[in-house]
Design a protein around this ligand. Sequence first.
Ligand code: SAM
Length: 209
Amino acid sequence: MLPAKPFSYPGIDGDIERLSSLLAIALRTAAWHPPESPTILNLACGRADETGILLKSLSPKATRLFYLGIDLRAPEINEARARWIPTAPYEWDLDFRVADASHTDRMKLLPPFDFIFVRHQNFWTDVSVWTELYTNALTALAPNGLLAITSYFDREHELATACLKQLGATLLTSIRHPQSRALPDVPGKSVDRHIAIFKIPQNPIQSLP
Ligand SMILES: C[S@@+](CC[C@H](N)C(=O)[O-])C[C@H]1O[C@@H](n2cnc3c(N)ncnc32)[C@H](O)[C@@H]1O
């Protein structure tokens, strides 16, 4: 388990605690069985504040794991590296990379992931880029892998969920967080307001010629 270190912004410790409880319920509902050595991708991870609780929830007993965080923004990735890599157990392979995850060719070089997490996905800021990110994420999932998203708005969650279903993902669970922290900047916005978990069908339906 990674040691807890206080976060730089007020409210984040509480948000992370609440996300941990929400994730636990969602994982139970989605019947998540932690692999012995899980591979986990945190896509568009920013500072990846949730890294500690994510790894604890996903693989409480894993002695070996591979965890990769990807984001466009170098300062956030540097902060994530500084926070999490020095405290990780020796056998854990933690990596944070500055990368554009909409580049399909580069994403295809990654290993298959047991779990892909996209927190506070910003679907409506650029629908075509996020559709690309989701397509890449679904392609990067291992056969029994799960993809989880959290949203900060109701409508955004509906749109992102509809997009993922359109791309062929099956919705396993979608939970509205009853105690997510309201953010004053925009009405109707709150931290991890929704979580949803998807899988890819084992035998995807083939379209008829
Ligand atoms: C609303 S922020 C959420 C960040 C983080 N997941 C969190 O919860 O704090 C959305 C993130 O998506 C990242 N992003 C947007 N497009 C991306 C892309 N094509 N590849 C990688 N990251 C991207 C942004 O840099 C930003 O950090």
